[in-house]
Design a binder for this molecule. Structure first.
Ligand code: MCN
Ligand code: SMO
Length: 816
């Protein structure tokens, strides 16, 4: 902690911790939100894209004349028209074995997945642009589509010539004496888990509006994104728009859930087209495009093995994650975001397992690129770890609570086999609290009685530890070189009212409320005195993106540092006015007063007024600046923890699984706003139930996506959202000023493991278990009849050797 920029002064809690109603809700719940599609600029044109109808094909010709001549059309572009401006967007991550790949803005020569943008059409209206797209004639020559990651990772037909071995990323690592653990194990448990391909499916689809002003050489880009500053950087890196002359604005956003944590070809194409046409250009994605090409998520094949004693003490864990990465790396995170993340960040979880070994791989295939979705990587890793823990408990016939108690870390600080330090946690308490909430003995009785009536109840639990508040320190702890940069600006006016600008924007998380709570406590003013601009424009403070459950920690850390600079000014002038020492001045409830002499007080508004208008009140040499921008980052990773227990009822006739109740325990340190935290848990868990029981993106044998509407792609709705009981444990972080730890992804990280464990508990009388998500009615019925579809785990020695093979150098993209 010797870097002064990392020090975030302690905050006295007053408004922090209160269930303050969300200040953004009056606007959002009465339909007054302004989303991307609500923003219009005079004279704007509308864009539509011709997308590839084939999974893998050479483009023999593109005939655009009819589209160009269609009345109302202003521009028709193919790859050759934009080549001189931008060959594509590139992504690379510093994990071993991740090589860069380029994603073209428009496919050139070859198309590599169904839905890939090929032709851009801009017209007076979206309807005209769509009609004109229909007039474009694509001549394609089919190439073999590479669709199965389990075979393509071993070579064979190539999905994208830039990766001639079909390997998007590949690496391996060992920590601790793993061979000894397995040699000496009296019990080895192994399984292969396969969470399916899903979409984040935010309620608001993607979109952007570019307005280039040629008179000033300035660009304004409104975009529905979690990463406005990264989008702006890409405008400069890939298209040459000067950063100081471009502004990226993120209006109200109807969910991002990780999908909007990327930069997309469309977001680069519209600025180019606007500059070319010297007119504003708008593109709003429809649902079909979103499901086809908005980035896919969470699909993995995770093989996991535990070396254990007969009592169920796990001594070593091996994990192999294979991801179907799709046709390109999604910038900036790449295919590492699922594969590397799931094995490197989650292998031992809350358990005291002395040795771990892992292999991560992503196969390049002719499918939509794999991107981020809430709990990215963590979900699949947690699913494998927690489901195998239940499997092991069943094998040695102890309760799922007891096996976790036998393995859980009990003393802190604790260093995991990878050398990562955990300062604190309520890991054992989480397990015990869940057991108490569920009333386990009563549940066992109810389960037994129900079975006699032909009803199958199941209980599943899953516990997690989540590296939250994503920071430079978190990546460095894993040997990565990526850096985060975040700031906040805080300004106090002469009347004592405060404006906070954060570099991290919100997609629904409630930053407008929680950042005001933090600023109110630092400055001792009421919540109502603070107005927050939560990163709506890149003209304000800087942010690395609302990802990795970091705003509660990082944005509030930046706000704390910037507000403290103002606090020091207030304290200095108040001390002078009250003829007291600065150390004795307290700020609270809108007043500055002397500790121990509360009658000696001033309104903070009067102190602010004196700073602006009355130099006679200033101490000597006082600088009256009342606006500060400060950065903050954590030097070390920090971890929140928790768990879920779920009770399900499985109908063996219809195969339908009803989640009867969810019990959640969350320890995200100090909560800024418990109501917001609970909303985040509920939302994340319901998304987790969705991908566990209902949602799946399905490709057919030719590589066509069959699930391109909400009729086929079934997101959970209120009718399948279960009742919740939530308990909070509070182990404050020593790193963040207020003791806060992040939690925005925790619901989705651990819920699928709890659902699958509950399903498998319900299936236990049938002697079968499922290893694949979603556990659809069809799979459940087949399981009750004794059939399980997934092949067993692959051979570890073979995997380990395969992972040692060097990743091939870049090939030529044009090849195939
Ligand atoms: N919070 C709190 N006390 C804590 C921790 C957090 O009151 N101890 C509050 C925070 O101030 C914030 C919310 O809870 O208002 C979530 O905080 P945090 O865990 O810091 O996560 P972020 O704000 O960085 O949000 C990102 C996270 C991610 S990565 C995904 S994906 C996701 C999620 O948030 N996407 C969401 N939740 C979402 N919720 C909505 N409505 N929409 C999305 O797109
Ligand atoms: S998947 Mo969240 O945007 O880290």
């Amino acid at each position: 902690m010797d870097n002064p920029h990392l020090i975030s002064p302690p905050i006295t809690r007053n408004v922090i911790g209160k269930r303050v109603p969300r200040s953004e809700d009056a606007k959002l719940l009465t339909g007054r939100g302004k989303y991307l599609n609500d923003i219009n600029v005079d004279g704007q044109f509308h864009a539509c894209l011709v997308r590839s109808p084939a999974a893998h094909a050479r483009i023999s010709s593109i005939e655009t004349t009819q589209a160009e001549e269609f009345p109302g059309v202003h521009l028709v572009w193919t790859a050759s028209d934009i080549e001189e401006f931008c060959p594509g967007i590139e992504a690379q991550f510093s994990a071993d074995g991740c090589l860069p790949m380029t994603m073209p803005l428009l496919a050139k020569d070859v198309v590599r997945y169904v839905g890939e943008p090929v032709v851009l059409v801009i017209a007076d209206t979206r309807a005209i642009a769509e009609d004109a797209c229909d007039l474009v004639n694509l001549e394609l020559e089919q190439i073999k589509a590479v669709l199965d990651p389990r075979t393509s990772i071993q070579g064979g037909p190539v999905a994208n010539g830039e990766r001639p071995d079909n390997v998007g990323i590949r690496g391996r690592a060992t920590f601790g004496d793993i061979d000894q653990a397995f040699n000496e194990a009296s019990h080895v448990a192994s399984a292969l888990y396969h969470p399916g391909r899903v979409a984040a499916a935010p309620m608001e689809t993607r979109g952007c509006l570019a307005d280039y002003d040629w008179t000033q050489d300035r660009l304004k880009l409104w975009v529905s994104t979690q990463m406005p500053h990264y989008v702006k950087l890409c405008l400069s890196l890939f298209l040459g728009f000067d950063e100081s002359r471009s502004e990226v604005l993120s209006p109200d956003t109807g969910g991002g859930f990780g999908q909007k944590a990327h930069v997309f070809p469309e977001e680069m194409l519209m600025p180019l087209a606007s500059k070319h046409l010297q007119a504003p250009v708008k593109w709003v994605e429809d649902r079909r495009e979103n499901l086809l090409a908005g980035s896919h998520a969470h699909e993995q094949f995770v093989t996991i093995q535990y070396a254990a004693t007969d009592e169920g003490k796990v001594t070593g864990v091996r994990t192999h994650a294979l991801v179907d990465g799709g046709a390109y790396h999604m910038p900036p995170q790449t295919m590492a975001v699922e594969s590397w993340c799931s094995v490197a960040v989650t292998p031992t979880g809350v358990y005291d397992i002395p040795a771990t070994e892992y292999v991560y791989e992503a196969a390049v295939t002719n499918k939509c690129p794999m991107g981020a979705y809430r709990g990215v990587g963590y979900m699949a890793g947690t699913l494998a770890r927690e489901c195998l823990m239940d499997d092991l408990a069943r094998q040695i016939k102890i309760s799922p609570f007891e096996i976790r108690r036998r393995n859980v870390v009990r003393e802190f600080p604790w260093k995991n086999p990878q050398g990562i330090d955990f300062d604190e946690g309520s890991w054992l308490a989480t397990i015990n609290t869940l057991e108490e909430m569920v009333d386990y003995p009563a549940f066992l009785k109810r389960q037994e009685a129900a079975r006699k009536e032909g009803k199958y109840l199941g209980l599943g639990i899953s516990v997690f530890v989540e590296s939250s508040g994503e920071s430079t320190g978190m990546l460095q702890a894993h040997g990565m070189h990526e850096i985060y940069h975040d700031t906040a600006t805080v300004k106090m006016d002469s009347t004592g009212s405060v404006t906070v600008t954060s570099g991290l924007n919100s997609q629904g998380q409630g930053h407008q409320t929680t950042l005001a709570q933090v600023a109110a406590d630092v400055l001792g003013v009421p919540f109502e005195a603070i107005s927050v601009d939560a990163g709506t424009s890149t003209k304000g403070a800087y942010g690395s993106g609302t990802v990795g459950s970091r705003a509660g920690v990082i944005a509030s850390g930046c706000v704390n540092r910037a507000a403290h600079a103002i606090r020091e000014k207030l304290v200095a002038v108040a001390a002078n006015m009250l003829e007291a020492s600065a150390q004795d001045i307290l700020l609270e409830d809108g007043a500055a007063f002397v500790a121990g002499a509360p009658e000696s007080r001033l309104n903070i508004a009067d102190v602010a007024s004196a700073i602006y208008w009355d130099a006679s009140k200033w101490p000597e040499g006082f600088d009256p600046g009342m606006e500060f921008t400060r950065a903050w980052d954590t030097s070390r990773p920090m971890f929140s923890n928790g768990g879920h227990a779920m009770i399900v009822e499985l109908d063996p006739v219809t195969g339908f699984v009803n989640v009867e109740k969810v019990f959640s325990v969350e320890d995200c340190g100090v909560m800024i706003n418990p109501t917001i935290v609970e909303g985040q848990i509920r939302g994340g868990v319901v998304q987790g139930i969705g991908l566990s029981l209902f949602e799946q993106l399905v490709y057919d044998k030719a590589g066509n996506l069959s699930t391109t509407s909400f009729l086929d792609y079934q997101t959970p709705t209120m009718d399948v959202s279960p009742p919740f009981e939530i308990r909070h444990l509070e182990t404050p972080s020593k790193i963040s000023a207020s003791g806060v730890k992040g939690m925005g992804e925790s619901g989705l990280i651990a819920a699928p493991a709890a659902v699958l464990n509950a399903v498998n508990d319900a299936l236990s009388p049938f002697g079968t278990a499922l290893y694949e998500l979603p556990a659809t009615p069809e799979k459940i019925v087949r399981a009750t009849q004794g059939t399980v579809d997934l092949d067993g785990p692959v051979d570890w020695a073979e995997l380990w050797d395969r992972a040692a093979a060097p990743v091939l150098d870049r090939g030529s993209m044009e090849m195939q």
